[in-house]
Design a binder for this molecule. Structure first.
Ligand code: ARG
Length: 569
């Protein structure tokens, strides 16, 4: 299906060319916020007015008159100083409901990016440490982006760039050998490893010489020392098992886990390339650095004076590997805003080295704060994700017990999982990711506000209506949607694929969330104002279709955010 918005843009373009000849212009489609201003709006008359030295209003009037309207557009109006507002025909909106229903799961997807490949770097927690909140955000936002990219036609390669390498492993290995034991670590891997790591830092305060010991252990690891390799591998495996538990609960998966260590033997080539191209030069104390023109950024450190490679070196090797392996059209890294400088630096170095032509995008996100004491920091400043997820499910279970005590225990548990995890994800995804997110349980689980449970509840209610419809023939009704509330809902539905495209282009899942919230609100408005099951047969059939099409939209939209919908709630 072609997007309505593209069809309208095409119509306008053709008319402009015919009426105003050879002139450069661009048609941008907007969604008016008030229904009175139509369903789609175009402001090309302003650009044309400037270029032709004519009044924009006059141009808009000419275009409104000359555009040959297809039957799915009921009218176009000229408004204000030169807007063109298009109104979709109720007949079309009514017929479209069946299309939505027939497309089912596929409705919402498009082929805008067909034939293109995107590689994404999401989640990427650090081994031997609990997964932090920023990793949770990267995992949830990344999962949604992956689904959105897929829905607009990209071939998506999901690579988890695990933090499994670097000098800190030397410290950890030293600490383990000195104070650790296999038994205690096995029993409670991540907390014990974290303890050892913290202990190392405490001890360094008393004896700086330990720094060197840590470094020496890392050197041994890098050099292939079999004991250290074995230890390191063991630590990575223990951590992966732990992370997998969280991934399973969140229902996220990856195509590859190429951790930082994967690039160990791929950095040499980058270093040689940089030196040969004159991009890397020797800096203070013999370190290798990449300086920038006009000191745009501080120099990027490529190799320390002791020969150790760095985070940026590995990212460059990763970029080259991605390019050589998949020739992607787009590379996306979903990472905390705190790392912005790092990304600016190594993107610029990658450009200087000409490693790839694909745009490299750092999809950054802000902090998530937990003002409620119970959620914050039990140990140091680390929030244990497992506990947050447990609490989300527990609270959701209470909600389900209140709302629907008749469900079986098993059903309640299943719904609580969908609602609890869904609420958590939605709390992250519905906010503009670039601003800081404040996380509060009540808001997250509210049945009235902009939350996953609210949307899930609307969905479940709609499904309950559909279960009562019985065996009816829905096709061929003559009723055309006319009531304002039913039209208000119906005209939102064809926009799902457009919203998905927009959200994927801007890397903003919240555009989908906002849209779904609007659909749910309009659904409630419609259901409160109009009879469905008790309406006359023809009207009833059309309205049932409207209900069903709305469930398809809510379900598919939430699925793109990684959120499931319960049939009953
Ligand atoms: N593991 C890193 C951290 O937790 C994040 C990796 C981000 N991705 C990248 N390509 N640098 O800080």
């Amino acid at each position: 299906m072609n997007l309505l918005k593209d069809k309208i843009a095409f119509l306008v373009e053709e008319t402009v060319k015919k009426e105003f000849g050879d002139i450069e212009f661009q048609v941008k489609i907007d969604y008016p916020s008030a229904d009175a201003h139509g369903d789609y709006s175009v402001n090309v008359a302003f650009e044309l007015g400037k270029k032709l030295g004519k009044a924009s209003r006059a141009i808009a009037e000419t275009l409104a008159q000359k555009i040959k309207l297809p039957d799915w557009i009921s009218r176009v109006e000229c408004a204000g100083p030169g807007f063109l507002n298009f109104f979709i025909a109720p007949q079309f909106l009514t017929d479209f409901l069946q299309e939505v229903i027939d497309e089912g799961e596929k409705f919402g997807s498009s082929k805008i990016a067909a034939g293109k490949t995107v590689v994404t770097d999401t989640s990427h927690p650090n081994v031997a440490k609990p997964m932090g909140v920023h990793h949770l955000l990267s995992t949830i936002i990344g999962c949604a982006l992956n689904k959105m990219f897929n829905a607009v036609g990209y071939k998506v390669i999901r690579d988890n760039y695990l933090g499994d390498y670097g000098t800190q492993f030397g410290k950890l290995i030293y600490a383990y050998k000195t104070w650790g034991s296999e038994e205690t670590v096995k029993k409670n891997p991540i907390p014990e490893l974290l303890k050892l790591y913290v202990k190392f830092h405490d001890e360094v305060e008393k004896d700086v010489a330990l720094e060197d010991r840590g470094r020496a252990e890392f050197k041994k690891l890098e050099g292939g020392d079999s004991e250290n390799r074995k230890l390191w591998k063991w630590i990575v495996d223990l951590s992966l098992q732990e992370f997998q538990g969280i991934y399973d609960r969140l229902d996220v998966s990856f195509d590859y886990i190429h951790g930082e260590s994967f690039y160990e033997d791929k950095m040499r080539a980058i270093i040689d390339m940089g030196i040969k191209k004159g991009v890397f030069v020797t800096g203070e104390g013999g370190a290798l650095i990449a300086p920038f023109e006009n000191e745009k950024y501080p120099p990027c450190l490529i190799k320390k004076s002791d020969g150790a490679t760095l985070y940026a070196t590995r990212d460059l090797a990763r970029t080259k590997y991605w390019e050589d392996t998949w020739h992607p059209d787009l590379m996306v890294m979903v990472v905390d805003v705190a790392q912005s400088l790092h990304f600016q630096q190594f993107f610029e170095v990658a450009r200087m080295l000409k490693i790839t032509k694909a745009p490299n995008i750092h999809v950054s996100f802000g902090r998530m704060s937990f003002p409620e004491k119970r959620m914050s920091t039990r140990k140091g400043n680390i929030i244990l994700l497992e506990e947050v997820l447990d609490e989300a499910e527990e609270r959701a279970l209470k909600l389900v017990e209140e709302k629907n005590p008749d469900l079986s225990e098993k059903q309640k548990k299943a719904v609580a999982r969908q609602v609890g995890i869904g609420a958590m994800k939605y709390a992250v995804l519905s906010q503009n990711r670039t601003t800081d997110i404040t996380f509060t349980w009540d808001k997250m689980l509210s049945l009235e506000g902009n939350s996953a449970p609210y949307l899930q509840y609307v969905y479940a209610r709609a499904r309950a209506i559909l279960r009562k419809r019985g065996e009816e023939n829905f096709r061929g009704g003559k009723y055309i949607l006319t009531e304002p509330q039913e039209l208000a809902l119906a005209k939102l539905l064809p926009k799902l694929p457009e919203v998905v495209v927009h959200a994927a282009q801007e890397f903003k899942p919240n555009l989908i969330a906002n849209y779904l919230f609007e659909v749910a609100q309009r659904f409630n408005g419609f259901y409160a104002a109009q009879e469905v099951l008790k309406a006359k047969p023809e009207i009833r059939a059309a309205r049932l279709k409207l209900v069903e099409a709305a469930t398809v939209v809510i379900k598919n939209g939430l699925k793109l955010l990684g959120i499931e919908v319960p049939e009953e709630m």
